[in-house]
Design a protein around this ligand. Structure first.
Ligand code: PXP
Length: 239
């Protein structure tokens, strides 16, 4: 089976920094350490309210890291402008406003295709790989392909919360991405305990994991938690 990438989301290093208004801990330093420990990429979400990552972090991160930067962003003109300036490897469009969110928490691409399509096309034209963060719902996958996204990230939040039937929905959705020619990623709420059944899905090329790992790093250290998560992913895919 093809190797699966692990993107480490360092947003909550910035949450901790901002809680005291200090300059530490530094999300860039966390990213460099995660990469040294085997992370294949770094994910950051510049929220509209700047509650964790701030504008300067985006540019500092892009300049500092040797692995791909995945920029999570709301579908707003402001964020498109920042993405076009920062030139991350990838941009993952995520919902931030209530009206854009489906029942399970993914972006309602099917319901907002007309507004989303021009943004996706502009980002893609700049050489940024565009991903849509969606529920494992074939209608959302088809809508993502139709507006020109190269990638979808399947929202694993309901699975992580133990909703019945969710793993089967993720498996079925991953197989639909193959038919549509979309690269398939997954993330949200993944932990050491629940990662394996998602990691083993053959189409899933990348997992993006943040909150659990940054929390667990308090006990075990960041390099150790990155190495353990990568080992669990490799083991799930048969070594
Ligand atoms: N993928 C996307 C698109 C996200 O927005 C997030 C953060 O909510 C994650 C993955 C990582 O989720 P978590 O922090 O729960 O691991």
């Amino acid at each position: 089976m093809t190797a699966q990438r692990l993107g480490i989301n360092v947003d909550h290093v910035a949450t901790l920094r901002n809680a005291r208004g200090e300059f530490y801990p530094d999300p860039v330093q966390a990213a460099l350490l995660a990469i040294e420990a085997g992370a294949d990429g770094i994910t950051i979400h510049l929220r509209e309210d700047r509650r964790h990552i701030r504008d300067a972090d985006v540019f500092a991160m892009k300049a500092a890291i040797s692995k791909p930067l995945n920029f999570e962003m709301a579908a707003t003109e402001e964020m498109v402008r920042i993405a076009l300036e920062a030139r991350p490897h990838a941009a993952c469009i995520v919902p931030e406003k209530r009206t854009e969110v489906t029942t399970e928490g993914g972006l309602d691409v099917a319901g907002h295709a007309a507004e989303l399509e021009p943004m996706v096309r502009r980002l893609a034209a700049a050489g940024i790989r565009v991903s849509m963060f969606v529920d494992p719902d074939p209608a959302q996958l088809r809508a993502s392909a139709a507006i020109g996204a190269a990638v979808v990230e399947l929202h694993t939040g309901s699975y992580a919360h133990g909703a019945p039937g969710e793993l089967d929905r993720l498996i079925a959705a991953a197989s639909v991405t193959r038919e549509l020619g979309l690269e398939c990623h997954a993330g949200h709420g993944l932990t050491f305990a629940n990662v394996a059944p998602v990691a083993v899905i053959p189409e899933v090329m990348e997992l993006n994991i943040g909150h659990f790992l940054i929390g667990q790093a308090v006990f075990d250290g960041l390099p150790a938690v990155v190495r353990r998560m990568k080992a669990l992913m490799r083991a799930a895919r048969g070594g």
